[in-house]
Write a protein that binds this ligand. Structure first.
Ligand code: C5P
Length: 229
C-alpha cells in the first residue's frame, strides 16, 4: 500500500513518459533506491549495469579477451533487456570485466539505444547506471546522483559478503572499489559524473530508508509543481 501519496493524482497530469535517472559509483545504494522508487511510483525499472555485465559475461564465457571489439559489439547486439539474469551477472568478476567492456564506444552506443527504447515505454521508468542523466536520458524528469565515500561503500560490501556467510579482506575490497571508480570516472566516453541538474544524495551517513525518503521528497516536489502549473 502506498501511504500519503496517490499515483493517480501525481502522475495523472503527465502527458509524456516519466523518467527518473539515477547515477553513481558502485555500491552507493543506487540499485536499492531505484527499486524502491520504481515500486513506489509504479514505473518500469532497468539496472543498466546488467547490460554491460551481460556483454562481459558473454566474452568471459567464450574465453575471448575483453578488448575484442567486434565480439563485444556482437554480444551487445544480442543483449535482451527482458532476459538479464541477475544471479549469474552479479558475480564480482563479471562487474570488474563489465567496467572494461564499458570503455568501448561502439558497445556503449548499442546498449544506450536499447536503454533509451526501454525508457520510452509507458508509463516511464527508473534507470540506474553511470551515464543515465548525462547521456542516456539527458531530458529525464528527475536526475539523482547517489554517492558515498569509498570506505563506506567498502564497509557495506564487506558486511554484505559476511551476511552471506563469506569472508573477505577490507583493504582488498576498498582497492577494488577505488580501481573501478577510477576506470568509470576516467574513461573518455561517457565518464561517471553528476549531470549539471542532478540532485546529489550522499548516503555515507544515511541509511537507505532515509535516502529513499529524500529521493521521494524530490520527486513529489517536481510532480506537485507540474500538477499545479
Ligand atoms: O552498476 P554495475 O556495477 O552493475 O556496473 C558494472 C559496470 O558497468 C560499471 O563499473 C561500469 O563500468 C559499467 N556501466 C556503465 N554505464 C552504465 C552502467 C554500468 O559504464 N550506465
Amino acid at each position: 500500500m502506498t501511504v500519503g501519496w496517490s499515483r493517480t493524482e501525481t502522475l495523472a497530469g503527465q502527458t509524456h513518459t516519466f523518467t527518473i535517472a539515477i547515477d553513481g559509483p558502485a555500491g552507493a545504494g543506487k540499485g536499492t533506491l531505484a527499486r524502491r522508487l520504481s515500486d513506489h511510483y509504479r514505473l518500469n525499472l532497468l539496472d543498466t549495469g546488467l547490460t554491460y555485465r551481460a556483454v562481459a559475461h558473454k566474452l568471459l564465457e567464450l574465453g575471448l579477451p575483453l578488448d575484442n571489439v567486434s565480439a563485444a559489439e556482437t554480444a551487445a547486439r544480442q543483449v535482451e533487456l527482458s532476459n538479464l539474469d541477475r544471479t549469474v551477472l552479479s558475480a564480482h568478476a563479471v562487474g570488474e570485466a563489465a567496467s572494461k567492456v564499458a570503455v568501448i564506444p561502439s558497445v556503449r552506443r548499442i546498449l544506450v539505444e536499447k536503454q533509451r527504447d526501454f525508457a520510452k515505454a509507458p508509463p516511464g521508468a527508473v534507470l540506474d547506471g553511470r551515464d543515465i542523466g548525462t547521456v542516456v536520458c539527458p531530458d529525464a524528469d528527475i536526475k539523482l546522483y547517489v554517492t558515498a565515500s569509498a570506505e563506506v561503500r567498502a564497509r557495506r560490501r564487506l558486511a554484505e559478503i559476511e551476511s552471506m556467510g563469506g569472508s573477505a579482506d577490507f583493504a582488498t575490497i576498498l582497492a577494488d572499489i577505488e580501481r573501478r571508480d577510477e576506470r568509470d570516472m576516467g574513461r573518455a566516453d561517457s565518464p561517471l559524473k553528476p549531470a549539471a541538474d542532478a540532485h546529489l544524495l550522499d548516503t555515507s551517513e544515511m541509511a537507505i530508508e532515509a535516502a529513499f525518503l529524500a529521493a521521494m521528497a524530490i520527486v513529489d516536489d517536481v510532480l506537485a509543481k507540474r500538477n499545479k502549473a
